[in-house]
Ligand binder design. Structure first.
Ligand code: ADP
Ligand code: MG
Length: 452
């Protein structure tokens, strides 16, 4: 709890750092706080109409930023002039001198929103389920159980649900905890001195059982904690019976969480269980682009493609590599990150892949020999079937055997786009499942490559 004037002073302190001294003295110092309505709307007054207009026209962004830093993300601002202030006080009374104000900062990461979540094949269902639950908590999928590997966006989705509800349904009581936090909270309540113990447990229960939405992240860690499981079981039932929404994430499906009490396992299974998969290349590229946009990184397209191709499971690592590349570029005062920084960031990893005794040229030459066509044909633009098929086979083999990124293969094949290369590779890998002809081409070429 803090009083309003000291919070407002903190806002002014921030603003003083971001605007010129003259502007600060002219426009900001005279501002007064009139009210803080429901911990949500900050009403301030300027000492003239022109001062109010100055603030609204020229400084509103800076003011909003400082207010949200101090008061919390979703606090609105209303600016009044002197006459409006008098009117306001007539209607609502003098508010600022009243009780202390509790600042309820949004506990959810403002970057983890639905808008910032890139949807692709790997996560479209889980995205839809999370959105449905955010829009209609307790009505659609209850519980919603999301599982998937590390760094695939589970926590992001929980925060997105939280942010969404805070924005559109702010009266709901939403709590996000990690499994560890839940366990610690419970264990702490048990550990209180014996006289206050029952009170502490009661407080714990009041906190968890009066929620509208409970989100527990990484529930797999509950597997070793029997008494916590027991408590969670009761919490779950209480909420569930009252149609309150429960959302759980885990790195594995309920059936694979060892030592999970059967009754809890069956509770987890009674709503929707939805997995989240590793993103495909297109989605990875889209995620990196989104991140560049959010963080204002300037990075060459081919660098983005390269990172997206090389890191194909964990999105956190994907983002980590992007930041690293950008950081290297800023170190050398470059405006944008290029392939040079990318290669440095990958630290030789890319070269090593190529180095399995064979080079792309060996594969191209062998394919040319097998089909009796020239190198110029295969890397060139000809579209006749006798060239297109060998070209696709060569692309497939280079990618499969050497694991060379599609972007780089595109360069070898006359600057083709990575999507074209991907298409060729996918076409051959599909045909390998059905076509005897392609199967025998590929296996014979592989034999030749082995020197057979
Ligand atoms: P998890 O909880 O599954 O381990 P996180 O939710 O912490 O993964 O995600 C790791 C990082 O990847 C976060 O920075 C998150 O914003 C980002 N991320 C994951 N999925 C997406 C997506 N579909 N679009 C954009 N960013 C994503
Ligand atoms: Mg997580």
């Amino acid at each position: 709890m803090q009083d309003l004037s000291s919070l407002w002073q903190a806002v002014l302190d921030k603003l003083e750092l971001t605007v010129s001294n003259v502007s600060f003295v002219m426009w900001f110092r005279p501002l007064k706080v009139v009210d803080f309505v429901d911990n949500k709307k900050l009403v301030i007054s300027a000492n003239s109409i022109s001062a109010k207009n100055q603030i609204l026209r020229n400084y509103f962004d800076k003011l909003s930023k400082a207010v949200s830093d101090i008061f919390g993300e979703n606090v609105e601002i209303e600016v009044l002039d002197q006459n409006e202030e008098i009117e306001y006080i007539k209607v609502n009374g003098e508010k600022t001198k009243e009780k202390e104000i509790e600042v309820t900062k949004n506990p959810f990461n403002p970057k983890y929103t639905f808008d910032n979540f890139v949807v692709g094949k790997s996560n479209q269902f889980v995205y839809a389920a999370a959105r449905a639950v955010a829009e209609h908590p307790g009505e659609k999928f209850n519980p919603l159980f999301i599982y998937g590997g590390v760094g695939l966006g589970k926590t992001h989705l929980l925060h997105a649900i939280g942010n969404y509800i805070k924005e559109f349904n702010p009266n709901l009581n939403v709590l996000y905890v990690t499994c560890e936090q839940f366990a610690n909270d419970y264990i702490e309540s048990l550990g209180s001195m014996s006289t206050t113990k029952s009170k502490a447990v009661l407080e714990f229960r009041t906190k968890y059982r009066n929620l509208d939405v409970l989100m527990v992240d990484d529930i797999q860690f509950i597997s070793k904690k029997t008494s916590t499981q027991e408590e969670f079981f009761h919490t779950f039932n209480e909420l569930y019976q009252n149609n309150k929404q429960i959302i759980i994430t885990s790195d594995r499906p309920p059936k694979d969480i060892e030592t999970l009490a059967d009754r809890l396992r069956s509770r987890f299974t009674c709503g929707l269980i939805q997995d989240i998969q590793s993103p495909d290349l297109e989605t990875r590229i889209a995620i990196l682009r989104k991140k560049c946009q959010l963080e204002k990184y300037v990075i060459d397209d081919d660098v983005i493609d390269l990172i997206a191709e090389k890191i194909n499971t964990n999105i956190r690592e994907l983002e980590g590599m992007l930041s690293k590349v950008y950081f290297l570029a800023t170190l050398s005062n470059k405006h944008s990150a290029t392939m040079e920084e990318a290669l440095e960031a990958f630290n030789g990893q890319i070269e090593e892949d190529k180095n399995e005794g064979l080079s792309p040229d060996d594969i191209i030459d062998t394919v040319c020999k097998y089909f009796d066509i020239t190198r110029q044909d295969i890397v060139g633009k000809k579209k006749s079937k006798d060239v297109v098929e060998p070209r696709m086979i060569a692309i497939y083999l280079i990618n499969e055997i050497l694991e060379i990124p599609l972007v780089s293969i595109g360069k070898i094949f006359g600057g083709r786009d990575h999507t074209t290369i991907m298409h060729s590779r996918d076409k051959i890998s599909d045909e390998l499942k059905t076509s005897h002809k392609i199967k025998s081409f590929v296996s014979e070429i592989k034999k030749m490559l082995k020197g057979g």
